[in-house]
Design a protein around this ligand. Structure first.
Ligand SMILES: Cc1cc2nc3c(=O)[nH]c(=O)nc-3n(C[C@H](O)[C@H](O)[C@H](O)COP(=O)(O)OP(=O)(O)OC[C@H]3O[C@@H](n4cnc5c(N)ncnc54)[C@H](O)[C@@H]3O)c2cc1C
Length: 512
């Protein structure tokens, strides 16, 4: 068997399906340890779980902004929030601030909160649109608590899940945290470099991975968490990769960590520049920064320098260059190998969706877990769901690039004029024409996310729903003002974000 050999024909010939008891996780980045944590928590008693990682290779070292679904993952695992936040130096996140995306000097926030109050026939945006026409309404964001709290740098837990939030976290501390969690539940970690993967030509299943130490690790199910390389799913099983760079032009990033200067704001900053954007993620102990860019328009050396020119505070690390191809694997489960994390595909980090996709892959695997043997129907279901999820997220990200008034660089002119997926074209046309947005199925981004970004990027709907016209001016003003006043009353009671984090995680105030 060669190194990383491709097997012959794939399908199980319909005979005996061997049961799954030995699970091998290849890779120990965020993906590998999230898989290990969940598998061991849920099915640990029934499985033998081993995770192989190589300190020498290391992890991608980024991935520090999350979205609210991570709270659900932690609830499934019974993770204590204070312990998690203290261990990962986490802060709270209420959304993402988009600076210079619609046009230079124009900013908006995509918050995690709900905005206003919907009527069953028509979302709040219709009432707001009418109010704006009648000069009775403020900014759309005035009617959203999370958005205003982000702008005013405030945060607190509120009863009845009154604040929808996520975290900024230190990626390497998070992997260590999950490693301790998983090892306590019996996961065996094996240090070593995978030098070859052995697959069975008849069944198309992986039999074992071989390490540089000479150890051979056999398994019934292999989870490929080896990062962009996709050592098992791509290099061994030869599952192809669908390239989306015609829709998502950024293909490079440079990342650097800096010391904290100034307050840690409860939102990720995404600052557009002439060939991409820059992130700023404040943690308790430092700040994560990066420049995402299209290398066709910005050479790597210039990108590196631009990032260093724009960060605040002394740098703590050497800038790290990361190259990527936006897209997805043609199948994320093939034979007895499931790809989770960067090995399964990557959409750039603009809306912090990669860790969410890891989580979704894990939940799906749990729901379809092939304890009694791998069924092609389960595999198909897994792959279909995975594809629908990532395509939905892709459309949402493309929206940010395509709907812009920027024409100050070839990069932005290219984004404005590119073809977009028909599914996205339909959403934009529907909103532009009638202010309507619908969420279907299990889509990650609900109506309010689309509305905030479409308005933020500069789409002004031509019409609103007729139900809003049934309200006279006085009634509409009363309705809008009441919501705004309630948001402001709650906001006034919230503490400053950084002080709240310190008190919540029991950290002494840092000298500045
Ligand atoms: C620029 C950038 C910014 C990002 N920002 C965000 C963000 O803000 N939010 C978000 O949700 N996501 C973000 N992501 C995505 C996020 O970083 C990843 O989803 C996450 O880190 C998971 O990566 P991974 O575990 O799949 O891969 P990796 O971190 O690359 O881990 C791969 C693992 O496989 C091991 N490995 C590889 N080859 C071998 C071998 N031969 N032998 C043994 N072990 C091997 C490595 O040692 C490592 O342990 C970002 C990604 C990029 C590129």
């Amino acid at each position: 068997m060669n190194q990383f050999t491709a097997p012959g024909p794939v399908p199980n010939p319909g005979g005996e399906r061997p049961p799954v008891r030995r699970v091998v996780i290849a890779g120990g980045g965020t993906a590998g340890w999230m898989v290990a944590a969940c598998l061991s928590k849920v099915l640990g008693k029934a499985l033998d779980i081993r995770l192989v990682e190589s300190d020498e290779i290391g992890t991608v070292g980024v991935g520090e902004a999350t979205i609210p679904t991570l709270l659900t993952f932690h609830q499934l695992l019974d993770i204590n929030e204070q312990e998690f936040m203290a261990a990962t130096q986490a802060t709270f996140k209420l959304g993402i601030g988009f600076e210079g995306w619609r046009d230079q000097g124009q900013d908006y926030i995509h918050s995690f909160g709900l905005t206003g109050q919907d009527h069953w026939t028509a979302g709040f945006q219709h009432f707001w649109l009418k109010g704006r026409d009648r000069q009775l309404a403020g900014d759309y964001g005035d009617y959203c608590l999370e958005l205003k709290a982000a702008r005013h740098n405030r945060f607190a837990h509120l009863p009845r899940a009154g604040m929808n939030y996520a975290y900024h976290l230190d990626a390497s501390l998070y992997a260590q945290f999950l490693r301790r969690f998983s090892e306590r539940l019996g996961v065996q970690r094996i240090e070593g470099r995978i030098t070859s993967v052995q697959a069975d030509a008849a069944s198309g299943h992986i039999r074992a991975i071989q390490l540089d130490s000479g150890a051979r690790i056999e398994g019934d199910l292999f989870i490929d968490c080896t990062g962009f390389r996709g050592l098992l799913i791509g290099e061994t099983l030869k599952v192809g990769y669908e390239d989306w760079s015609h829709w998502l032009p950024c293909d490079s990033a440079v990342a650097v960590q800096t010391a904290s200067v100034g307050e840690a704001v409860p939102y990720t900053r995404s600052m557009a520049h002439e060939a991409g954007w820059q992130w700023r993620i404040p943690l308790q102990h430092r700040v994560g920064n990066g420049l995402v860019y299209c290398s066709q328009y910005l050479p790597d050396a210039q990108a590196r320098q631009r990032l260093l020119d724009r960060v605040q505070g002394p740098t703590l690390t050497t800038p790290r260059l990361i190259k990527f191809t936006p897209g997805q694997r043609q199948a994320t489960w093939r034979g007895n190998c499931v790809a989770i994390g960067l090995s399964s595909g990557f959409i750039e980090p603009l809306e912090s969706t990669s860790i969410h996709l890891i989580q979704r892959g894990i939940v799906r695997l749990m729901q379809l877990f092939p304890a009694a043997g791998i069924s092609p129907a389960d595999v198909d279901e897994y792959n279909q769901q995975a594809r629908a999820e990532i395509e939905h997220i892709r459309d949402f990200i493309v929206l940010h690039y395509h709907v812009t008034q920027r024409d100050d660089s070839p990069f932005w002119r290219g984004c404005r004029s590119m073809d977009i997926p028909p599914s996205l074209r339909h959403r934009i046309d529907l909103f532009r024409d009638s202010g309507r947005v619908f969420r279907t199925g299990n889509e990650l981004f609900a109506e309010n996310s689309w509305i905030q970004v479409m308005l933020g990027q500069g789409i002004v709907p031509r019409r609103h729903h007729p139900v809003a016209d049934l309200m006279g001016d006085a009634e509409l003003a009363h309705f809008l003002d009441g919501i705004r006043a309630q948001v402001d009353r709650t906001l006034a009671q919230l503490p400053q974000h950084e002080a709240y984090v310190r008190q919540y995680c029991g950290v002494a105030a840092a000298p500045r």
